[in-house]
Design a protein around this ligand. Structure first.
Ligand SMILES: Cc1cc2nc3c(=O)[nH]c(=O)nc-3n(C[C@H](O)[C@H](O)[C@H](O)COP(=O)(O)O)c2cc1C
Length: 187
């Protein structure tokens, strides 16, 4: 079996709390983003874009997330506000995948959204192939219009997810997978 097949058969996500620095170097990040942009994309519309949160940018984004959370939950305990503030702070690098569908008479928005999902998985796969840990996560703030606006999303855009990337501190245990007989039928 080729190394690539073995890699794909055994790839596992890493929890952000089990990641530490270093983050990918600038050259490695370029490689990861380049692979993220190399996905099936009907009509070559590039219906996705990436926002990189690294270093103190994670704190600026966290301050926005915490502020929106506190406004909407004035009774929330301080610990919950702090958890919101730390949403993007565990991994040293977070890349948001923004689904950015373009009006098109032949390519439905659904296909463009699927392409954004492919892009998110390619980022996870590329980071993992370079020896980093990665995890595709969302969270309430990924769907909150105020957070979305303040992180720079246009009205038609949504987050496909946040890809947390860092150096794994330990090996992730296996996760149950569906058996093929549960998910495969033959027509
Ligand atoms: C769009 C999307 C959002 C996700 N959001 C979360 C999340 O917020 N929290 C979480 O624990 N897992 C979330 N996951 C699941 C993880 O990315 C991942 O699938 C899971 O940890 C299993 O990882 P593995 O199959 O890559 O090993 C999300 C997955 C997708 C596709």
């Amino acid at each position: 079996m080729s190394d690539v097949v073995e890699f794909l058969k055994t790839r596992r996500s890493v929890k952000p709390r089990e990641m530490t620095g270093p983050a990918p170097s600038p050259a490695e990040l370029d490689t990861i983003l380049t692979i993220g942009a190399r996905v099936p994309d009907h009509g070559k519309l590039a219906p996705w874009r990436f926002i990189v949160f690294e270093g103190e940018a994670r704190d600026r984004a966290g301050a926005i997330i915490a502020e929106v959370f506190a406004q909407k939950h004035p009774e929330a305990p301080a610990a919950d506000v702090e958890a919101a503030r730390g949403a993007l702070r565990q991994a040293p690098l977070v890349v948001a995948v923004v689904s950015s569908p373009k009006p098109h008479d032949k390519v439905p928005a659904w296909e463009q959204e699927l392409s954004a999902g492919a892009s998110a998985l390619n980022l996870v796969t590329a980071a993992t192939a370079l020896g980093y840990g990665a995890n595709w996560l969302s969270g309430w703030f990924a769907y909150d219009r105020d957070v979305m606006d303040r992180l720079g999303l246009k009205p038609e855009e949504r987050f496909a997810g946040f890809i947390h990337i860092g150096t794994p501190q330990r090996h992730s245990s296996e996760r149950p997978r569906p058996t093929l007989s549960e998910i495969v039928t033959r027509f």
